[in-house]
Structure formats: structure tokens, C-alpha cells
Design a binder for this molecule. Sequence first.
Ligand SMILES: N[C@@H](CCC(=O)N[C@@H](CS)C(=O)NCC(=O)O)C(=O)O
Length: 205
Amino acid sequence: MRLHTNPASPFGRKVMVTAHELGLADRITVENRAVTPVQPNEAVVADNPLGKLPTLVLDDGTPLYDSRVICEYLDSLAGGGRILPRDGMARFRTFRLQALADGMMEAGVLTRYETFLRPEELRWHAWVEHQKLKITRALDWLEAHPAEYRGEGVDLGRIALGCALGYLDFRFGADRWRDGRPQLAAWFEGFATRPSMQATIPHQL
Ligand SMILES: N[C@@H](CCC(=O)N[C@@H](CS)C(=O)NCC(=O)O)C(=O)O
């Protein structure tokens, strides 16, 4: 399998952390790509009309996207039920935590595009402020609901959350998300030591 990704992408990291946790990382050839919404990469577009990372290409040439689909595929390849409870509310709580973490990553990536990529004179400050407020509200909710992510083992919700918090450290360290959030900070301190997280620390290409 080939993975179009980038070491700075939190969604790409989610896929690679999942692959490491499932013992599948050595079956994936990483193809690092530089993409932005205004600079698509031809090789990525050939496999995914949206031009987004991550995109996985199976050995028979079938492309899979987005990160949620890829992570579910990897779980099924590893036998199923490894990082996603098979049924019951536990399954939907895991999906919900993933959705919350993905939303934080999305708000972070959009903020990054708006503040880094968009020409200064075209920037919309209120829009950035409201993307950041999404992240703040999500962090506050997580601090108030530690039972949603604490506990033994690893699942897709926790993987996504680890990648979202790692992305905040990588791109928005000055915002100090740990301040006033000791439960979440303590959880991340432990989760970040997992070999899967250590093997995928974000960096610029
Ligand atoms: N929902 C997608 C989000 C992926 C995403 O936003 N990827 C960014 C990189 S972190 C991207 O490819 N941006 C380029 C673009 O939007 O054209 C997923 O879960 O994979």
C-alpha cells in the first residue's frame, strides 16, 4: 500500500499512528507530498479528486480516503474490532470522540491556511477567531469529560485526540492549551509516550 501524506498533517498522522498500533506500518510506503488548497499535487489528485492528504492507494490501485475511511480499512485488515468497538454505544462514543478531534484538527488546519497561506490583505480575522473558538470549546468539553478518553488501551477516538493535541503543540504552542486543563494535559502526557506517537512526531517536510 502507498500513502500520500505529509509529516505535518494531523490527519496523515492519525492514519500512521493507527497503522503502527495495528502492526501494519511496515506494509505502507509513505509518499510525502506538499499540498495546499491552492497548490494541489498532481499525483494526489490522480488518486483523490479532492487533492487531500491522507490518501491510501491499495496494492490493486484502489484509492481510499479520507482518514476515517482509511483507519476503518486498516482496522478491518487487522481483523476488525481492534481500534473500533464492533457494536453498541462504545462504537458511537469512539466515533464521536474521533469527530470532535477531527473537528479540532480541521479548525487548526483552516486557521493555519488563513494565517500563513492567505495574503495578508485578504485575511479575515473574525473567521480565524471563530475557528480558534471551536478548538477552545472542544478543549473545555474534554477537560470536563475525562471519562470519554481516559482508560486502558487505544482506540480510534484516542488516536485522533492525540493527533489533534499534538497538532496544537506543533502549530499553536503559543496558545498554551494545557493552561487550566490538567486532566487533558495529564492524559496527553501519557498517550504521547506510545511508540506509535513517538514514531510520528510532526515536522515540516
Ligand atoms: N477530512 C479529511 C481532512 C483532510 C485534510 O484536510 N487534509 C489537508 C492536510 S492536513 C489537506 O489535504 N489540505 C489540502 C486541501 O484542502 O486541498 C480527512 O480526515 O482525511
